[in-house]
Design a protein around this ligand. Structure first.
Ligand SMILES: O=P(O)(O)OC[C@H]1O[C@](O)(CO)[C@@H](O)[C@@H]1O
Length: 560
């Protein structure tokens, strides 16, 4: 991995050496192939190959993936794999691991894989091995975690810290909150962990309602330390703390720490940079839960648990980097996502974790997938003539079954599903886990094979009701079945999706690592805030709808 960096100019040009997507021979072949398989039913595919369920399944890095219930033939896989080759995926993977500036629109490297590299690895960025820097921060986090969990780190009044509140948004919130919920089983029970993200004051008010400021520590997590929501919440937290501690300003030092890349803004806010945990501009927000942004995770599960999680990430990284594409979990999942998105026209992917602890996993994945691949131009700035990132959504099973599964089974849209379940429960209670897993297997079976009119009729259903009760089937799914939800397994799962997103983005040739699409709304909000707060009637130059909404809000606000 110890390699020199290419000049940005060279890297910028590199993607153009790959033909535009529609001009790649495998793409045209897939278009033709799609016409031959689009109406083939999974019933037929399984009937023709009795071993399909074993054959189209792999276990890698400790994760079992059954992808047999996808609308694919061996030829589909051959062509998708050829597409990956023609898209230069191998070269792009190497470029990422080498630290090339593959985030072309921001001219940055994308090195989240360095965050979980072992201590003795070497990854060179700007002529410097970044791995020792990563481990120095991990060591600092571990030292802080030990002091906090042992009670050596005290609050301003000498009381022990019992409550930790992470203030952040986007990648500085979704990763930490998802990981906390996912790993709650391994968490320090003597402490409470809360997460404040929304600029809606209710989020903060409810988070601190029952807390004693003397026992509360805030982790202000923000890559930039300028994000409106986070800085507003951080200032409110500071006011709340000081109000509870007789306004003693030196209390800040023992109740606030920061996670950021921006030391000067941290200092400006009043947090001693000795209590700052850094990371780097080559870590994207949505790829940062394993950086210092994961400080709350480390405090909750301890440094050893965090290390296990990083090892899980790393194992999947190595699998992605080295496994042949036909046995490469992230590559296969990424290619299948492309198959449905670009050939079947599926607009969404449902992520359905049958594991209560993963209840925030779909929300986490929404930022990871949609902020990464929700793009309309290639890295070279050319408007794409194909669809890019699908919409990801989901809820934990079995709750979703009693809500939106109706549409997945019998609606008019094709919704590929990722089912995620673990062989062992962390809370084995009677028959619960067998029932839970039975539901996973039942759902994938029902979606794939459905129920024919003959089967419905054979049950004595009156003719008029038969159409309502039949299930067309042929609805595709992946099933991920790791052994048990551990910190290590979580790391593997997240890295699996990170690299699947990479695979998709590289085939579409978009920059999966920028997020310019969030800028316009942010900038307009900055203009509108003073217009809402102006004591005199402001001159409004928006469109008539926005002007009317602002005036109406001002009027309602004034009327109390
Ligand atoms: O960590 P920061 O700088 O506060 O940014 C928070 C989030 O805002 C975004 O920049 C845009 O929503 C995300 O990419 C990022 O995770």
């Amino acid at each position: 991995m110890d390699q020199g960096r290419r000049s940005p100019e060279l890297v910028r040009k590199q993607p153009t050496s790959v033909p535009a997507l529609r001009r790649r021979p495998a793409w045209a072949a897939l278009e033709r192939h799609y016409q031959t398989v689009k109406d083939v039913h999974l019933r037929q595919l399984f009937a023709e190959d009795r071993k399909r369920g074993d054959r189209l399944a792999i276990e890698a890095a400790g994760i079992y993936l059954d992808y047999s219930k996808n609308r694919i033939t061996d030829q589909t896989l051959t062509l998708l794999l050829r597409l990956a080759e023609e898209s230069g995926l191998r070269d792009r993977i190497d470029a990422m691991f080498r630290g090339d500036n593959i985030n072309v629109s921001e001219n940055r490297a994308v090195l989240h894989v360095a965050l979980r590299a072992p201590r003795d690895a070497s990854i060179i960025h700007d002529g410097r091995n970044v791995v020792p820097d990563v481990h120095a921060v991990l060591d600092k986090m571990a030292g802080f975690t030990h002091r906090l969990r042992s009670g050596a780190w005290k609050g301003h009044t000498g009381k022990r810290i019992r409550h930790v509140i992470n203030i952040g948004i986007g990648g500085s919130d979704l990763g930490p909150v998802m990981a906390y919920e996912a790993l709650r089983h391994y968490s320090e029970r003597a402490m409470t962990f809360r997460f404040v993200s929304n600029v809606d004051g209710t989020d903060f008010a409810e988070a601190v309602r029952d807390l004693d400021p003397a026992e509360t520590l805030f982790i202000v997590s923000s890559k930039t330390f300028t994000t409106l929501e986070t800085m507003t919440n951080a200032r409110t937290a500071r006011d709340w703390l000081l109000a509870g501690l007789n306004g003693e300003a030196d209390a800040i030092a023992s109740h606030f720490v920061a996670v950021s890349t921006n030391a000067s803004e941290v200092a400006k806010f009043g947090i001693d940079t000795a209590n700052m945990f850094g990371f780097w501009d080559w870590v994207g927000g949505r790829y940062s839960m394993d950086s210092a942004i994961g400080l709350s995770t480390m405090v909750a599960i301890g440094p050893d648990g965090f290390r296990d999680m990083l090892n899980g990430f790393h194992e999947m990284d190595e699998h992605f980097r080295s496994a042949p594409f036909e046995r490469n979990l992230p590559v296969l999942m990424g290619l299948l996502a492309i198959w449905y998105n670009n050939f079947f026209g599926a607009q969404t992917v449902a992520v359905l974790p049958y594991e209560q602890y993963l209840k925030r996993f779909p929300a986490y994945l929404q930022q990871l997938t949609m902020e990464s691949n929700g793009k309309h131009v290639t890295g070279d700035g050319i408007t794409v003539d194909y669809d890019t990132g699908p919409i990801y959504w989901g809820e934990p099973g079995t709750n979703g079954q009693h809500s939106f599964y109706q549409l997945i089974h019998q609606g008019t849209r094709l919704i590929p599903c990722d089912f995620i379940a673990f062989a062992h429960s962390l809370n084995p209670l009677g028959r619960h886990h067998d029932m839970l897993l039975a539901n996973v297997f039942a759902q994938t079976e029902a979606l794939a094979f459905g129920k024919t009119a003959e089967q419905v009729e054979a049950e004595g259903t009156p003719d008029w009701r038969v159409p309502h009760r039949l299930f067309a089937g042929n609805r595709p799914s992946n099933t991920l079945l790791p052994d048990k939800l551990t910190p290590e397994a979580l790391g593997k799962l997240v890295a699996l999706y990170e690299h699947s997103v990479f695979t998709q983005g590289m085939i579409w040739q978009v920059d999966s690592y920028d997020q310019w699409g969030v800028e316009l709304g942010k900038a307009l909000a900055q203009q509108i805030i003073p217009q809402l707060e102006d004591p005199t009637e402001p001159e409004l130059k928006h469109d008539s709808s926005t002007n009317a909404l602002i005036r109406r809000y001002r009027k309602l606000k004034a009327s109390g």
